[in-house]
Design a protein. Structure first.
Lengths: 115, 113
């Protein structure tokens, strides 16, 4: 069964460093998403991406964040200069289309720890 | 603005007992509602969803949920808990066009033998 994969499963970094979180969406999916969950808090939407551009982003997704689909399979989230408060579980998701009848499939997440 | 509240961050039931996980939403427009489950070290998996039509929706693994507009609720139930149901459960809402999901804070379900 097709699935969304994410690497690494756990990333530890120093404050101020750049990190890139990687996702491989399901191959025929066209819409891609990043969410995050700070420990003990809600899963929060960060950004959605379609046709090689951002279609929607939240207030959290400031200039420190960027997304890219560098090739036909990967979808990446870059944090340019990490802060302590960026420590969270980051989930990638993909869907075949956008409507509510199109399920978002989630990856297992990358736990980011900023020291 | 839309929001979701899940009552109880941790629920514990005995095997065979009723499972009830509570979810209330706030939305200025008709919502589309979802329950996701996350097993350890796995991604979120869709359990069930309500879009339109019948307000009682059935999902995988024997779970069901009822959309009650008057109570702004979408509680998740299962008549008889199984050990394999132990996981974290997330309620979510989105607008008609789909796109971003707005999640509740999650409820961890434990099942005792």
């Amino acid at each position: 069964e097709p699935e969304v994969t994410q690497t690494p499963s756990h990333q530890v970094t120093q404050m101020g460093q750049e990190v890139i979180l990687r996702c491989v969406p399901i191959s025929n999916h066209l819409y891609f998403y990043w969410y995050r969950q700070i420990l003990g808090q809600k899963v929060e939407f960060l950004v959605s991406f379609y046709n090689n551009e951002i279609s929607e982003k939240s207030e959290i997704f400031d200039d420190q964040f960027s997304v890219e689909r560098p090739d036909g399979s990967n979808f990446t989230l870059k944090i340019r200069s990490t802060k302590l408060e960026d420590s969270a579980m980051y989930f990638c998701a993909s869907s075949e289309a956008r409507g509510v009848n199109n399920e978002q499939f989630f990856g297992p997440g990358t736990r980011l720890t900023v020291l | 603005a839309q929001s979701v509240t899940q009552l109880g961050s941790h629920v514990s039931v005995s095997e065979g007992a009723l499972v009830l996980l509570r979810c209330n939403y706030s939305s200025s427009v008709p919502p589309y509602l979802f329950w996701y489950v996350q097993y350890p070290n796995q991604g979120l998996q869709l359990l069930l969803k309500y879009t339109t039509g019948a307000t009682l929706v059935k999902g995988i693994n024997g779970f069901e949920a009822e959309f009650k507009k008057s109570e702004t609720s979408f509680h998740l139930t299962k008549p008889s808990a199984h050990m394999s149901d132990a996981a974290e459960y997330f309620c979510a809402v989105t607008l008609k066009g789909g796109g971003k999901l707005i999640f509740g804070q999650g409820t961890e379900l434990s099942v005792k033998p």
